[in-house]
Write a protein that binds this ligand. Structure first.
Ligand code: HPA
Length: 279
């Protein structure tokens, strides 16, 4: 399907209407590891994805599927509790919708969190990686199809997609947490199967530090419409083949629960240090 500006506007108009004109300045996508963080939103306005016209519905386990509008650390946020992945069956162009809708609502920054497997063998399960860049070797893009110039140019730069200033803040907050904080490259795999050990060895040679199944469509869509991104990955496991044991979603869940408290505190400190648009 060819999406139009008005297609996304319909979703944004609905959200604006039911939230009484709330205008967020920051978008946050809560992935595995920060799933419960939405309870920190003050004066929350909760909108189930299913109520929003032209929006997507999340099918992934542990992904709640609602937008929460409100305030955290002075930021007016639009929090996505539950995200969409290509492994759910969504095409890459469908996956442009959430960020485009948040752009129309007015966000000026986007924070993306996710769970990932550590490719870099100096990392450990439970560490955090601030995303410096990503590698997505498959040709698909959320921006394929007719360009919508209201969002951005047909051909666009992604050289500073993961914003330097936001990364600096996240790295500077390392001193406030017991978690080990790294900066590295996120290597996208479509899933839903975990990677083969040979794929992980190849990704390591190519410069990947962590493997994951999300985030890149959102970051690319944000880059197209000029929104700076901060990406944070929780290393929930060592990637395939690093350890002599099978990968399981139970391990991913267990590690994310183990670090959730510390990760929430670290995340809150980052939010506290990011300059506020409206205060
Ligand atoms: N690979 C891809 N995605 C993931 C992993 C992994 O090892 N762990 C958590 N999400």
């Amino acid at each position: 399907m060819a999406y139009t500006y008005d297609y996304y506007k319909r979703s944004a108009d609905y959200i604006r209407e039911v939230s009484g004109g709330f205008q967020p300045d920051m978008g946050i996508v809560l992935g595995t590891g920060l799933g419960e963080y939405d309870r920190n939103v003050e004066n929350p306005i909760v909108i189930p994805y299913g109520d929003i016209p032209n929006f997507l519905v999340s099918t992934a386990p542990d992904h709640a599927g609602r937008l929460i509008l409100g305030t955290i650390q002075g930021h007016k946020v639009c929090c996505m509790s539950g995200r969409f992945h290509s492994y759910e069956g969504y095409s890459f162009d469908e996956l442009a919708a959430p960020v485009r809708v948040m752009k129309l609502l007015g966000i000026k920054k986007l924070i993306l969190t996710n769970a990932a497997g550590a490719i870099n063998t100096s990392y450990q399960a439970g560490d955090i990686m601030v995303i410096k860049d990503h590698i997505k070797l498959m040709g698909l893009s959320p921006l394929a199809g007719p360009n919508i110039p209201e969002f951005g140019k047909r051909f666009f730069d992604v050289g500073n997609m993961y914003d330097k200033d936001l990364r600096r803040i996240a790295l500077d907050c390392a001193g406030t947490t017991s978690l080990r904080i790294h900066e590295g490259v996120y290597f996208f795999f479509a899933g839903p199967q975990y990677e083969s050990p040979a794929e992980i060895r190849a990704a390591r040679i190519l410069g990947g530090d962590a493997a994951g199944m999300s985030t890149v469509t959102e970051a690319l869509t944000a880059a197209h419409c000029g929104i700076p991104v901060l990406g944070l990955s929780v290393m929930t496991n060592m990637a395939a083949g690093v350890l002599d044991q099978p990968l399981t979603s139970e391990e991913v869940t267990e590690t994310s629960l183990r670090v959730a408290g510390a990760f929430e505190k670290y995340f809150t400190e980052i939010l506290r240090r990011i300059p506020c648009e409206s205060c």
